[in-house]
Design a protein around this ligand. Structure first.
Ligand code: GRF
Length: 206
């Protein structure tokens, strides 16, 4: 059976990409990392991908319009025959054109329990608000920011002595479990999107 081919988009260190790559390598996730693409030329995640012998491509966005940049990213993904796009710390919003072209094939991980605390500076927001529970969310990408149907979530208790770095580290541990687990379910189970819900299991007629 042909393994699903995942294209990873990242902008930074890429620890979530590494978790996905390890799960593929271990056979836990029946997939192969087809290519790693970054808009940041010196992203740590690109170096790591190269060390693993994976295709790693920088597609700089500087000087390009969003759609021009996305067309190049899209070409790179298609050249490598990707079926899925996993965002792993990709710090750019995707246009409706790109989201539509990869409809329900783009997955993102966000370091909070959505819909609470979307966007940036998440752990600061959580601590400023005084939330007692945080966590992470893996979701399909729709046209909004951090708004698509949820695949899985993992909760993390907020401790009294937390600062953003401490909380981020504990959430990140859960991210590394959640992302491969969510991808495994998407690849091995049947599912559909009903309204804003992602429902696992075969569709029931009538
Ligand atoms: C993670 O916290 C992820 O949830 C968010 O960006 C961070 C990326 O970290 N979208 P890494 O580059 O995967 O280590």
């Amino acid at each position: 059976m042909r393994l699903a081919r995942i294209g990873v988009l990242l902008s930074g260190r890429g620890s979530n990409f590494q978790a996905l790559a390890e799960a593929c390598e271990a056979g836990v996730l029946p997939a192969k990392i087809a290519v790693v693409v970054s808009n940041v030329e010196d992203a740590g995640g690109l170096d790591h991908a190269r060390r693993l012998g994976l295709d790693a491509v920088a597609v700089a966005h500087r000087g390009l319009q969003r759609t021009e940049h996305e067309r190049l990213v899209d070409e790179t993904l298609r050249e490598q025959d990707a079926d899925w796009v996993c965002l792993a710390g990709y710090m750019r919003l995707l246009s409706p054109w790109f989201v539509d072209r990869w409809k329900w094939r783009i997955v993102n991980i966000h370091p909070s329990l959505l819909p609470s605390f979307p966007g940036l500076h998440v752990h600061e927001q959580v601590l400023d608000y005084g939330a007692r529970v945080s966590g992470c969310t893996v979701h399909l990408v729709d046209g909004g920011m951090d708004t698509g149907p949820i695949v899985t979530q993992r909760a993390v208790a907020v401790e009294d002595g937390d600062d953003p770095a401490k909380l981020a580290a504990r959430v990140l541990e859960q991210e590394h479990l959640a992302y491969p687990e969510a991808m495994r379910r998407l690849l091995t189970e049947s599912w559909r999107v009903q309204g804003r819900r992602l429902v696992f299991g075969p569709a029931i007629d009538g």
